[in-house]
Design a binder for this molecule. Structure first.
Ligand code: IVH
Length: 675
């Protein structure tokens, strides 16, 4: 019995591991979701039966793990070095020249380098013994780092087991980072939940990795690229490739993700070409970089060159010029957001940085203002990174020593209601609710947004006027606006007013998830709105639910449940909802997924091309309501590709994978019984 279980557990782990690799690293899974889930369930059941067979590298341990008390210290057998910096072309030429001098006349005229992006994350080292992930640690001071094994295990791209034939003990090093999209998504979520947002992707990678509770790390969109070797021991140690490029290829074979933008180049000229190419590509990369790294390709040559103090002579980091500039703070103001959150903003003497003129920068929250001690009149450094909002990095010079420090206002700068900062929260809030013009404005903006009620043409300027002139006090008032009222607004012609009336009218037909999201309940983003809608099916049921009931909804914890319950307990909110319904806002009930009669629940669909009878969003919503996962790309996991007119490359991909294709007629037919 036990022996059978042992064998089956090993089988399951291999199968799951293989699929994780295909799914997370190759992005090309070949096992349907449902099958994968079945394997996981079977593995969990067996491990529950034989708990002593649970090993730390089991895939079941990936997302769970009890909080660790504090990080242990790991001493790196091979120190984790830093890199010399090069800032100018001349620095790079000098770097190449020095290497030539040291290697002597035998060296080729054009030395071969591997050029890699310099990733803006944190360096982490991972030790695999007998192919199994044994330990992971941060760089720390280069000699001693923190043991972050449990956290690194939750990064999906980091395999728990290596493939192929790695040395018996091999330490591989790389950068843990947070892709830009993930960073923005995570910050949006944190902001919605009233929590402190991260300042930049590097900060958030390091903050997320150094969580004491790995379950939190597991929820963060971390990623890793490997680029260097640490200790190697035991059999297989001698067979390592002789070049850095060969190493990267070996990493790939072992299942470790490497940066797709690395390249072999020749000579200093090749370095400079690569640098310019990456500088050009930088803003379109999915991850943040702050320069490029050149490494001598031949490892034997690396060894001959050795190190100076803490950096190798055979590598250098060529940094991009900082997208930073110096300017002065004219004023510090507090902006009031939809949920009343007060964000300090520095109004700046306009300055050109990172390709645009910046005249204001965020100071994130009052704690940040205090930490950086920014005051009106100060000379400061501002930074702009990619699409990230410009921020004040640090103060260079105080205007004068006795300039007053910035205080959190006691009253809302817009409506004069009391401002409170709840214990343990970084965010201070205006308590004015809907009586606050700023909150009203932001709520309406949210309500009309593309992902909420999707009222086309209801832009910021119009909302501002509607609120200022008291034409709209609550979202329900939007539905009683007349053509006359709208055409009297500034910069609004007859035609656009008529269009807007139409758009408002069109928004009456919506879906429950959109409606719930549009209400702007604290903590309720799109995903939670969808979960609530699917759980309760009808708004009435949600209105009647207690916080305890709401907590039964998938992924809804006590804090969110309390906010949702409090929102619906408010008499004012109920009145607004009732009025919206009176004004004709309506939606179909939501079918619960995974109940009998839901044949598509859990399947993955992809939609491509233009549909005649509905927009892509509508098609997507209809599917989501049926418990379908709608994905952006075709893989073997795709059950159906819905192809409208001009389907493009996805159709070819579907053909390759043998994915069934539905034309619009067939798709409409398929949906019919559920609409
Ligand atoms: S190689 C001996 N390669 O830069 C070689 N480092 O300043 C040591 N980094 O701590 C590092 N991208 O966090 C290397 N492609 C890359 C890198 C990289 C980012 C970071 C790393 C390291 C720091 C050194």
């Amino acid at each position: 019995m036990r022996r059978d279980a042992e064998r089956r557990i090993a089988e399951l782990r291999t199968q799951i591991g293989r699929n994780d690799y295909r799914y997370y690293v190759l992005d090309d899974p070949d096992l349907p979701d449902a099958e994968y889930d079945k394997l996981m369930i079977e593995l969990r059941a067996l491990e529950a039966q034989y708990p002593d067979l649970i090993t730390p590298d089991s895939p079941t341990q990936r997302v769970s793990g009890e909080p660790v008390a504090a990080f242990g210290v790991v001493t790196h057998k091979v120190p984790m070095l830093s890199l010399e910096n090069a800032f100018t072309d001349e620095d790079v030429l000098a770097f190449d020249r020095r290497i030539h001098e040291r290697l002597g006349s035998e060296a080729e005229a054009n030395l071969e380098y591997v050029a890699e992006p310099k990733l803006d994350g944190l360096a982490v080292t991972v030790i695999y013994r007998d192919g199994k992930l044994e330990r992971a640690a941060t760089r720390g001071d280069g000699v001693k780092g923190e043991d972050v094994t449990a956290n690194v295990r939750t990064i999906h791209k980091v395999p728990h087991r290596l493939k192929g034939h790695p040395p018996q003990v091999v330490e591989v090093r790389g950068e843990v980072f947070m892709p830009l999209k993930g960073f923005e998504r995570m910050n949006r979520l944190l902001r919605e939940q009233g929590e402190k947002v991260y300042i930049n992707p590097r900060n958030s990678a390091s903050g997320s990795l150094r969580q004491l509770d790995p379950r939190i790390t597991a929820k963060r969109p971390l990623d890793m690229f490997f680029y260097a070797l640490g200790t190697v021991e035991g059999s297989g140690a001698e067979d390592l490739p002789p070049t850095q490029w060969g190493l990267l290829k070996a990493f790939e074979k072992w299942g470790l993700p490497i940066c797709p933008d690395a390249a072999v180049i020749k000579g200093a000229a090749g370095c400079l070409d690569y640098f310019r190419e990456m500088a050009h590509k930088r803003s379109s990369l999915s991850y943040q970089i702050d320069g490029v790294v050149y490494k001598l390709n031949q490892r034997a040559d690396q060894e001959r060159l050795g190190f100076v103090s803490r950096a190798p002579r055979w590598a250098t980091a060529h940094k991009f010029p900082a997208e930073e500039a110096t300017t002065s703070v004219q004023k510090i103001e507090f902006q009031v957001g939809r949920t009343g959150a007060l964000t300090p903003v520095a109004r700046l003497e306009p300055v050109f940085v990172g390709g645009v003129t910046v005249s204001s920068a965020t100071l994130h929250n009052i704690d940040e203002v205090r930490r950086k001690d920014v005051r009106e009149g100060d000379t400061v450094v501002v930074r702009r990174a990619g699409d990230v909002i410009p921020e004040v990095v640090r103060v260079i010079k105080h205007v004068s020593d006795d300039a007053p420090a910035v205080e959190l206002p006691k009253r809302c700068p817009v409506c004069n209601s009391e401002v409170i900062q709840a214990e343990g929260e970084a965010v201070a809030r205006c308590t004015g609710g809907f009586t606050c013009r700023a909150q009203r404005q932001e709520s309406l903006r949210h309500f009309a947004g593309r992902r909420a009620m999707d009222i086309e043409g209801l832009g910021d300027k119009i909302i501002e006027q509607l609120v200022e002139q008291d034409l709209v006090k609550s979202p329900a008032d939007l539905y009683t606006l007349t053509l006359e009222q709208l055409s009297e607004l500034e910069r609004m012609g007859e035609k656009s007013a008529a269009k807007l009336v139409q758009a408002i009218d069109k928004s009456r037909d919506t879906t429950l998830p959109r409606f719930l999201f549009a209400l702007g309940i604290r903590d309720v983003g799109e995903a939670t709105a969808l979960a609530l809608a699917q759980h309760f099916g009808k708004l009435d049921k949600l209105l009647a639910a207690s916080a305890d009931d709401i907590q039964q909804v998938q992924d809804v914890g006590p804090v969110v449940a309390a906010h949702v319950a409090a929102f619906f307990a408010s008499h004012d909110h109920r009145k607004v909802i009732a009025r919206l319904q009176e004004e004709g806002v309506r939606w179909p009930d939501v079918a619960r997924p995974s109940v009998a009669g839901q044949p598509f629940s859990g399947m993955t669909f992809v939609i491509t091309g233009t549909l005649d009878s509905m927009s892509r969003e509508e098609a997507q919503e209809a599917l989501i309501a049926l418990g379908v996962k709608v994905s952006g790309s075709v893989s073997r996991k795709t059950r159906y590709l819905v192809a409208g007119a001009d389907p493009g490359s996805k159709l070819k991909k579907a053909d390759e994978f043998g994915v069934e294709v539905l034309d619009e007629a067939k798709f409409v037919e398929l949906l019919k019984p559920f609409r």
